[in-house]
Write a protein that binds this ligand. Structure first.
Ligand code: ATP
Ligand code: MG
Length: 883
């Protein structure tokens, strides 16, 4: 549990006392104490997924409702066939067969799970982050999960805080706690003891840093106080909660549909067969197997296999799916929000002009901006990189390097996306202090009282703003990124506070060329074709955004700026996000508001971004997407990481997600509906027949074998038209589907019953009906023939229906299943049918059937397929889609 009193106590006392209390040392935890600390406080992990040891998997593979029911049946059979039976009728085969079934199904599961685990381990190794800790006086890099309480962690800009820390040393350390508190403001942290720690809320305590917050700028050292689920973050975040929410909702809604069907059918079967035959124990076993028959018990396995296969093929396309459930969210995503730089425009931007306020070249503007970027201890972003790249300019590089050597930094307020400008205080060679500010034009301009022209500071008059925007506008319309540079003399003052950032002098502008990618227009087009609405959410200037959007073919008619959004209520915003596709001048918090408005509108929203400013939005989105070059903290917040920042990779990911989805739905819908049909037939037959239409064990065997075939479904091909639109994951259409296709198979089942009962069986049993037979051996043979007949018909239709319903088109001719699916299903039919000819058939209560049975079976199956095709067409006409 997160212990608040302990945390507060440590916040209130000095660093030495913290070291003593834990206990650890300022040189870090001695190496030999690490394991003891881990044993005492645990691993630094949030999810238990990684504790997935072999015994865990073994238990999961064998302990589940399906095997439990099989086990119950084994016990019942042991009682009735072995313990209560006379020496003569004693027969242990049924119990043995059930045990084999338990072993087989468990083994399949175990193999699948082990493979999935190996795949996810591989991914974990690819994406885990390292932290630098000092242990026994030596700096070492270790994976964040290996951190223990008492470790001394080094923090630097762009990193994510790996556990709850008490800071013991800081230099201009600024962090964002957005992931915890949701607020996007940047907070300064210090190492001094907090005097009234007891009364201050946690997140306001300046010497504590919390897991999942990110370091925006500066450096620091902190002692680990809590790890894993004991942290503040671990305490309220369920691992992977966001995605599994959406995912779980889908799965639950499917489960509910099935439970409702079961609640009606299973008691009905129990009562009907109990009353009809008077043997309640056997009826109970039978009803239980009906329940099993109705559940697609391979569902978790098939879903996992589908998702794992999807993420594997994504990794071949240079995209890593960190959270496997995100695969499915990609398939249902219908709006993709993107930031501008690097997605629509090139990865790096280039400094094009450095101008004074009237548009003439201004080396001073460049020099000041260079000093500002050079001394910036925060995370450098594309703008800083472009400015720093100027040191290689042949004519200016030397001067810039020299200046950087002459002017030392005395203080700064690092760039943050909320304020949108960066301030640096430097000591000039003349020993005075100069404040240099660079950033968003409006934000900087509103803090200026003078403009500099030809070395003179001119007060800004009434129409000052007008003259400023004239030259800037032109560049913005070209799609350039423009920032303003301002300065202010502070004399002897060595420290900086936000109150100093006013009455400044505007020196000039820097304009960057932020060229649209050549592939951007095509990618936007692709997204639209996939019915995913692209929306741009940028912190950049609105005119720049409009110009770029226009060039890549995004509708630029409607746009909202951060200021306009600030004035809207949540309800108005929900209406606004429906029509608007471009949002500019946003703060990180506003990106979050927009995403949550989209989600409230029922959209499944993805967000693609790479900066510190995108982290809160990555957390909020249904699926957060980042790129390999993004800051670490952003990569950690994302569910999917593109190894190249190319929208077209994402297009392929969306397709893959949808294919995954369709295959998953195929399994659920088709299996549930044919199971439903079978059970319906069982109910009908139970009323009319003097014996069980199929024994419990046969019912289970049929189910198990069919489900085993379905494991191959993730590898099925998917018709192109099924991936054209985003897919929704829910049980909404499931019962309609079950009710439409299930009963069709019952019609043919009943035809088969009639044929078997009145034609085939009497012919092979001396021309008499079951009720007219006196010989128990003949009666047994009669029932076995009947049960085998139905067993085979059931299986044939169930396998063929898979091919019928997996596509909207004509099966085999217009749309063929992938080779593995074709092969396995064919093999299934052959093996099943062959089974009735082998000695194994007898203990299962099956028997060899004469050729004339197959003469009946073939036309029935053909007729069945015809009828299904017909109903399929009606169904598609009514519902628009099949799966
Ligand atoms: N290093 C910096 N120094 C000063 N100002 C900056 C810096 N980086 C960004 N800004 C200012 O903040 C604004 C928003 O930043 P930026 O354009 O990177 O936001 P964004 O939402 O990431 O946009 P994009 O969609 O282009 O990635 C910029 O237009 C610029 O005015
Ligand atoms: Mg950005």
């Amino acid at each position: 549990m997160f212990s608040d009193s302990r945390m507060k106590r440590y916040a209130g006392c000095g660093a030495e006392e913290v070291f003593r209390a834990i206990p650890t040392t300022p040189a870090g935890l001695p190496q030999e104490r690490v394991e003891a600390m881990r044993a005492k406080y645990g691993e630094n992990r949030l999810s238990s997924r990684k504790d997935d040891t072999f015994p865990h998997r073994l238990r999961r593979a064998f302990v589940d409702p399906f095997t439990m029911i099989l086990f119950t049946l084994a016990v019942i059979s042991l009682i009735t066939d072995v313990l209560l039976a006379s020496n003569f009728t004693r027969n242990i085969t049924t119990s043995l067969i059930i045990c084999v079934m338990i072993l087989v199904s468990g083994a399949i599961r175990l193999v699948q799970e082990t493979r999935a685990k190996r795949a996810s381990d591989r991914l974990d190794r690819l994406i885990h982050t390292n932290v630098t800790v000092k242990r026994g006086g030596v700096l070492v890099d270790i994976p964040a999960e290996r951190l223990v309480v008492g470790d001394l962690v080094m923090l630097s800009a762009g990193g994510r805080i790996p556990a709850d820390l008490r800071l013991v040393k800081t230099t201009n350390l600024f962090v964002s706690q957005a992931a915890i508190t949701g607020e996007s403001a940047i907070l300064e942290k210090e190492s001094a003891p907090c005097p009234d720690a007891g009364r201050t809320p946690f997140t306001r305590l300046k010497n504590l840093a919390f897991m999942a917050s990110s370091v925006i700028s500066g450096r620091g050292e902190g002692v680990v106080l809590a790890v894993g689920r004991d942290t503040l973050y671990g305490n309220f975040v369920r691992p992977d909660s966001k995605n599994s929410d959406a995912f779980q909702r889908g799965e639950n809604s499917v489960a509910w549909v099935l439970i409702r069907f079961m609640a009606v059918l299973v008691p009905a079967v129990f009562l009907v067969s109990g009353v009809a035959r008077g043997s309640w124990l056997e009826s109970f076993a039978f009803a239980l197997s009906v329940a099993v028959g109705l559940t697609p018990e391979m569902l978790p396995l098939v879903i996992n296999a589908c998702l794992a296969r999807g993420s594997l093929s994504m990794s071949r396309k240079r995209a890593i799916v960190k959270n496997i459930d995100a695969m499915q969210v990609l398939g249902s995503m219908d709006v993709l929000c993107i930031d501008k730089t690097g997605t629509l425009t090139q990865e790096s931007i280039l400094l094009e002009y450095y101008l004074d306020i009237l548009g003439g070249e201004s080396p001073e503007a460049l020099e000041l901006a260079y000093l500002n970027s050079f001394h910036h201890s925060g995370l450098s972003n594309p703008i800083d990189s472009a400015i720093l790249a100027c040191r290689t300019m042949p004519d200016r590089g030397g001067r810039l390097a020299e200046l950087a050597g002459l002017c030392r930094k005395t203080d700064e307020i690092p760039f943050d996306y909320e304020r949108k400008f960066a301030s640096t205080l430097v000591r000039t060679p003349e020993k005075s202090h100069l404040l240099i500010v660079k950033g968003d034009i409006q934000r900087v301009f509103s803090r200026c009282r003078f403009v500099e022209y030809r070395g003179e500071a001119i007060p800004i008059g009434e129409n000052g703003e007008g003259s400023v925007s004239a030259i800037v506008d032109e560049m913005l319309e070209e799609g350039m990124k423009v920032i303003a540079v301002a300065k202010k003399e502070l004399g002897a003052q060595e420290r900086l506070s936000p109150a100093d950032e006013n009455d400044m002098t505007l020196v000039g502008y820097l304009a960057f060329f932020d060229a649209p990618k050549r592939s951007a227009a095509q990618s936007v087009e692709d997204l639209k074709r996939l019915r995913v609405t692209p929306k741009v959410m940028t912190g950049d200037n609105s005119q720049t955004a409009l110009s770029i959007c226009r060039r890549v073919g995004l509708p630029a008619a409607a746009m909202l700026t951060g200021a306009q959004i600030g004035g809207l209520s949540d309800e108005e915003l929900r209406a606004a996000v429906k029509e608007t596709d471009i949002f500019a001048e946003l703060t990180p918090g506003q990106k979050v508001r927009l995403l949550s408005a989209l989600r409230e509108n029922g959209r499944t929203a993805g967000f693609l971004g790479d900066g510190m400013n995108d982290i809160p939005a990555l957390n909020e989105a249904d699926v957060g997407i980042s790129v390999d070059t993004a800051v670490d903290a952003a990569k950690e917040a994302a569910d999917v990481i593109l190894l190249e920042k190319e929208l077209n990779i994402l297009g392929q990911g969306i397709m893959e997600g949808r294919r995954t989805f369709v295959n998953m739905l195929k399994y659920i819908k088709i299996t549930a509906s044919s199971n439903f049909g079978n059970i319906l037939s069982v109910v009908c037959a139970s009323v009319a027949l003097p014996f069980f239409p199929m024994t419990a064990i046969q019912l289970l065997l049929l189910n198990l074998l069919y489900d085993t075939l379905c494991i191959v479904l993730p590898w099925d091909s998917v018709d192109a038209e099924d991936t054209e639109t985003p897919r929704e994951w829910s049980g909404k259409t499931l019962s309609g589907f079950m009710l439409s296709f299930g009963p069709i198979s019952s019609i043919f089942d009943i035809m088969t019953f009639l044929f078997l009962y009145f034609v085939l069986c009497p012919r092979l049993c001396g021309g008499l009906l079951y009720t007219q037979l006196a010989d128990p051996a003949l009666r047994l043979r009669y029932a076995a023939l009947f049960q085998t007949g139905w067993f085979l018909e059931s299986m044939w239709t169930q396998v063929l229906i898979l091919h019928m319903l997996r596509t909207k088109k004509i099966p085999f001719l217009q749309s063929r299943a992938s080779a593995p699916v074709l092969l396995i299903t064919l093999l299934g039919i052959v093996v099943f049918t062959g089974l009735t000819l082998t000695p194994l058939a007898h203990p299962l209560g099956l028997t060899r059937l004469p050729l004339e049975y197959f003469g009946f079976l073939l036309p029935v199956v053909l007729l069945y397929m015809l009828l299904v095709s017909f109903v399929k067409r009606l169904y598609i006409r009514q519902h628009g889609e099949l799966i």
